[in-house]
Design a protein around this ligand. Structure first.
Ligand SMILES: Cc1cc2nc3c(=O)[nH]c(=O)nc-3n(C[C@H](O)[C@H](O)[C@H](O)COP(=O)(O)O)c2cc1C
Ligand SMILES: CCCCCCC(=O)C(=O)O
Length: 383
């Protein structure tokens, strides 16, 4: 248990951990496992959250920063805060209105929503209720016509970017799902692609995903869409550089929430090296284990332009539909504002690496060095 938290599912939620406990109490165990689980022994899943425990924020005092402004501009659009909803399949698993309720919840905060290829509701219906930027997450199928039609529909419906997931030539081996023989319940299916046999996500992916996907997919995608292309699932510096060279408009440092390669590093640990490698060429976003406003600020201090949040949004959706999603995003936003004010920064332009220190390194720092602490050793970032 973390912090001052009740052991049982709380009636009211004050933190994302409260929402998590409420969702767990409400969901059937196999659905809970599908959402909460990761690949293999879940080392990477655990590492994502644990990495945040190793960073401290170093407050600056008397800066007059009591009313911080959280807005950013990304891919030509203003975001009220550097927080978006990560693409997560099948919101209809946890709430009958699925992504429609999520879009309504995100709209209340005006925050962006990345809709999964495997959304359980129709893209055009989601677009009709959205209030912030909408991006489409794309899995590239063996059948490029199916993939192209999805992109064209999204563009026509007003989606503003394509987020191509590049870490999934197949699905990771998620042992909870294997042990549960997980199947989608009746009534839960992808609403935007046709076909059958979707019930086993891993089985369907094995048949439908293009296992031979390579960098040429970017020029193919450019040939079918004029939308900005964001590559999601970059973890290494050389891939990050290659993404920029290949014309990506942004990248998301992601290990798919620990659901793909178990044994890959925490995203937070890889972020500084990737930001350095990209050298301002494109915005770098990150996801994985972001659970508090402090975590958001830590990511920004290490060079991220914005964070995406996955499981917590589903927890909010489970607990309270659109209200729950708005609740989760509202808590993160409030916590980010608290953190900025207490750290002494009044805008995100004032956030830089001098705000964070790695716990293990602090005792060795001379006092004068506290302003510019070295973070993880370079070797940890190389690929
Ligand atoms: C239940 C579930 C379904 C997901 N579905 C997708 C998906 O359809 N496409 C995708 O690119 N990533 C998918 N992801 C990964 C998320 O986009 C994101 O990378 C990850 O959840 C971030 O970590 P967090 O949950 O710790 O915030 C999924 C994650 C979960 C938990
Ligand atoms: C073929 C269905 C696959 C859904 C995959 C969703 C996903 O990315 C996940 O991590 O789960």
């Amino acid at each position: 248990m973390r912090g001052a938290e009740p052991a049982d599912a709380p009636d009211e939620a004050f933190t994302l951990a409260d929402y998590e406990r409420r969702a767990r109490a409400l969901l059937p165990p196999a659905i809970w496992d599908f959402i909460a689980g990761g690949a293999g022994e879940e080392r990477t899943l655990r590492a994502n959250e644990a990495a945040f425990e190793r960073l401290w924020l170093l407050p600056r005092v008397l800066t007059g920063a009591g009313r911080p402004i959280t807005g950013i501009r990304l891919l030509g659009r203003d975001w009220p805060a550097p927080i978006g909803v990560a693409p997560v399949a099948y919101h209809t698993l946890v709430h009958p209105e699925g992504e429609i309720a999520t879009a309504r919840g995100a709209a209340r905060a005006g925050l962006p929503f990345v809709v999964s290829t495997f959304a359980g509701t129709v893209l055009e219906d989601i677009a009709a209720v959205a209030g912030g930027p909408l991006w489409l997450q794309l899995y590239c199928f063996r059948d490029r016509d199916v993939t192209r039609r999805l992109v064209e529909r999204a563009e026509h419906a007003g989606f503003e970017a394509i987020v191509l997931t590049v870490d999934a030539p197949r699905l990771g081996r998620r042992l909870r799902d294997v042990r549960n023989d997980f199947r989608l319940p009746p009534g839960v299916a992808p609403a935007n692609i046709s076909g059958d046999d979707f019930a086993s996500p891993a089985g369907h992916a094995a048949v439908a995903f293009d296992p031979a996907l390579d960098w040429s997919v970017l020029s193919w995608l450019r040939s079918v869409s004029g939308l900005p292309i964001v590559l999601k699932g970059i973890l290494g510096t050389s891939d990050a550089r290659r993404a920029v060279a290949a014309g990506a408009d942004a990248i998301v440092v992601s290990n798919h929430g620990g659901r793909q390669l178990d044994g890959s590093p925490a995203t937070l640990e890889m972020l500084p090296g990737i930001v350095a490698a990209v050298a301002g060429g494109v915005p770098v976003l990150i996801d994985g284990g972001v659970r508090r406003g402090v975590d958001v600020l830590a990511c920004l201090a290490l060079g991220a332009a914005a964070v995406l949040v996955g499981r917590p949004v589903l927890h909010g959706l489970t607990a309270g539909g659109a209200d729950g999603v708005a609740g989760v995003l509202g808590i993160l936003l409030d916590e980010l504002q608290d953190t900025m004010a207490l750290t002494g920064v009044d805008s995100l332009e004032a956030v830089d690496r001098s705000l964070v220190a790695q716990r293990e390194q602090l005792p060795h720092l001379p006092l004068a060095g506290l302003g510019t602490p070295p973070l993880l050793p370079d070797a940890a970032w190389r690929t």
